[in-house]
Design a binder for this molecule. Structure first.
Ligand code: ADP
Length: 248
């Protein structure tokens, strides 16, 4: 076995996400507000993790730490082979572009760009693929999420569910191993939420690791693991048997 193969083997055996003794506090004026307390957690490649719990208890903060959107006050955060707690802002933004896809509750598409251009943007930012291949991939991703006919539309010209599906296509642009989502169905009606949620299941079935904060019970029940956060701590961490789930 070559050194590269050996290194690759070791990487695939390591957890995709590892948090060690993570603390996070925000400054609220002059007051220090502790939000996360001593979180240690491992998530392996291929898991579908739902982070649940009451509002204001630190779920989004935790997600932001493992997405490299925010940094811990103390402790270590390793994700996709990088020590995020050691990276500077600019390095973090490059790391995010290349390694993860992020889906937000309010879609966060750029309003002046078409859906197609919104998906091309992260590919242009990372510039891993030649330009012509980027266009091909953007069209493929729009097809994957069922938006081929809406490629040239602006976000404001399509429905909320379609915007969220475009945001998921954008999250897949650079083919990340890990997708994180913060309340991805929080702004959708039940029926539309179902189509988005089926898309997440399909992605997980295809091997993507998913970590999402959700209040949607259907989504949480379909995850392979449910982590409950309460008062900034892991209150419960359960593997869910999904053998009864029938995939197409
Ligand atoms: P949840 O996702 O469980 O609703 P959050 O992680 O959003 O909880 O927030 C937990 C606590 O941290 C809240 O009290 C919130 O006000 C505070 N908080 C979150 N983000 C910030 C921030 N950027 N600056 C200051 N306080 C914050």
């Amino acid at each position: 076995m070559s050194t590269v193969q050996h290194y690759h083997l070791i990487l695939t055996m390591l957890p995709l996400i590892k948090l060690q003794n993570v603390y996070k506090a925000y400054m609220n004026g002059q007051i220090i507000q502790p939000v996360l307390h001593d979180i240690s957690l491992e998530i392996n490649a291929g898991e579908f993790v739902a982070i649940v719990g009451p509002s204001g208890n630190g779920k989004s903060t935790l997600l932001n730490l493992l997405a490299g959107i925010d940094k811990p006050s103390q402790g270590q955060v390793h994700v996709c082979g990088s020590a995020l707690h050691k990276l500077k802002e600019e390095q973090l933004s490059v790391w995010r572009g290349a390694n993860i896809g992020i889906v937000f509750q309010f879609f966060q598409l750029l309003p002046s760009l078409s859906l197609l251009q919104n998906i091309l943007l992260p590919m242009d930012f990372v510039a891993k693929k030649p330009r012509r291949e980027r266009l091909e991939r953007a069209r493929y991703l729009l097809e994957l999420v069922g938006l081929t006919d809406q490629a040239q539309q602006l976000p404001s010209q399509v429905s909320g569910g379609q915007q969220q599906r475009a945001a998921i296509a954008r999250a897949l642009a650079n083919d990340p191993q890990l997708i994180v989502a913060d309340e991805p169905t929080g702004n959708l009606d039940a029926e539309t939420a179902d189509t988005v949620f089926e898309l997440f299941l399909k992605l997980n079935q295809q091997g993507k690791t998913l970590v999402m904060v959700t209040h949607n019970e259907t989504l949480a029940e379909s995850a392979s693991r449910r982590i409950t956060i309460h008062s900034g701590r892991i209150y419960d961490d359960q593997i869910i048997a999904r053998s009864d789930y029938v995939f197409e």
